[in-house]
Design a protein around this ligand. Structure first.
Ligand code: NI
Length: 397
């Protein structure tokens, strides 16, 4: 059956490429994927897909649909994200973005098209499918707080689902490479904020004031010791200060300084520790410098932590379909991926599909105005996702 799935993936390749180009030309940014959702619904209805549900997070965006096999069995969810980015496209291609200021610069157009290809493949073999597949077309992956996966999970898209699988095309990896990983794979993304208050005064009379800029400067440097001295060297974390605001003129000691930054980590223990340590450093330094501080830490996106069994299915499947030379262990990535919201509810596997080919210019960084996807890998992604559903179901029956 896996070979049949692979053949079907190749058979529908041109349909998937056409769909990808359609989505690429008509990008919609997070929580605006109205036309994209309509197009997905139209294609699925044309195939006779069941239980189509649209509209999540109080919008018209997002869709789930089901393909039921003729035999009972587990329910496998497969997910694609659909949002574009607020970037002006610089690629000179026939399917260039027609929506000014929006661009599929992360490859979510290809994810959406591949999941539609998966629906085409599974529709052909549904009589033999021992279980059902729920297709999740998700809006707003790039939204940070209040993302698409967060909303869809809260709105029940995983009810009755046993396992979930998703992929991301990945330009740093050679085209066709399948990169799986057991355990943590992508980082959590959080934000921290501090307001440091002193006592304003004349720049010539610091003894009459309490200067919050000194405390802020000390805090910014000392926060790096949390990563350097408190986090286990075998673990990883990032603390960055992205924004600082203070003062109004050269001869005034300001009343307050505000700081804003982000943190990244892979395991929840490190994330908890970083949150607490940043607060301790801020309050401790403020006390030493006679300032006061307000500290706020907001968790944006949890880390992507892959289930062992599900990830090993991805590994074995990739080896069976495309050969062991195409499969490798993914390196840890400090970027975040809101697929993690699904994984907090049920076991899940997220993997990278290499789409980088320097000869085709598809090795540009994600989120850059010249990002593009090697379309030859789309049939690989289709076969991997459809194959995952088959392999999981048959392992449970
Ligand atoms: Ni992305």
């Amino acid at each position: 059956m896996l070979n049949r799935i692979k053949e079907l993936g190749e058979q529908f390749h041109h349909d998937v490429v056409d769909l990808r180009r359609h989505f690429h030309a008509h990008p919609e940014v997070a929580w605006n994927e109205v036309e994209t959702t309509k197009k997905v619904a139209e294609v699925l209805k044309g195939m006779g897909c069941e239980n189509i549900r649209t509209g999540f997070g109080g919008t018209e965006c997002g869709l789930t649909a089901e393909i039921k096999g003729s035999k009972p069995g587990p329910c496998v969810a497969l997910r694609a994200d659909m949002d574009a980015l607020p970037i002006m496209e610089e690629n000179d291609v026939p399917y260039k973005s027609v929506n000014d200021g929006a661009m599929h610069a992360c490859g979510h157009d290809s994810h959406t098209a591949m999941l539609l290809g998966v629906a085409m493949v599974l529709n052909e073999i549904k009589d033999e499918l021992p279980g059902k597949v729920r297709l999740i077309f998700q809006p707003a992956e790039e939204h940070g707080l209040n993302s698409g996966a967060d909303n869809m999970t809260r709105e029940g898209v995983l009810e009755g689902v046993d396992v979930i699988c998703g992929l991301h095309v990945w330009s740093p990896l050679k085209s066709g490479t399948i990169a799986y990983r057991v355990g943590p794979m992508m980082a959590s993304c959080d934000a921290w904020e501090a307001v440091i208050r002193g006592k304003g005064g004349h720049g010539s009379a610091p003894h009459m004031a309490v200067d919050p800029t000194i405390a802020a400067a000390d805090i910014i440097s000392s926060l790096q010791t949390v990563v350097g001295r408190e986090v286990d060297p075998m673990e990883a974390a990032v603390i960055s200060t992205g924004k600082m605001e203070a003062g109004s003129a050269f001869n005034i000691i300001p009343e307050r300084v505000s700081l804003l930054g982000t943190t990244r980590s892979f395991v929840p223990e490190v994330q908890d520790m970083v949150e607490n340590s940043i607060g301790r450093v801020i309050h401790g330094i403020c006390q030493a410098f006679q300032c006061t501080a307000e500290y706020k830490y907001t968790r944006y996106v949890p880390s992507t932590i892959n289930d062992r069994e599900a990830s090993l299915i991805v590994k074995e499947l990739g080896e069976e379909l495309f050969g062991p030379e195409k499969v490798e262990e993914a390196v840890l990535v400090m970027g975040a991926e809101d697929f993690s919201y699904f994984q907090r509810k049920i076991p899940g596997a997220f993997f990278f599909l290499g789409c980088g080919n320097p000869e085709k210019g598809t090795d540009k960084p994600h989120h850059s105005p010249t990002f593009n996807v090697d379309e030859d890998v789309l049939s690989t992604g289709v076969a991997m996702l459809a194959g995952f559903a088959w392999k999981y179901m048959t392992s449970k029956n």
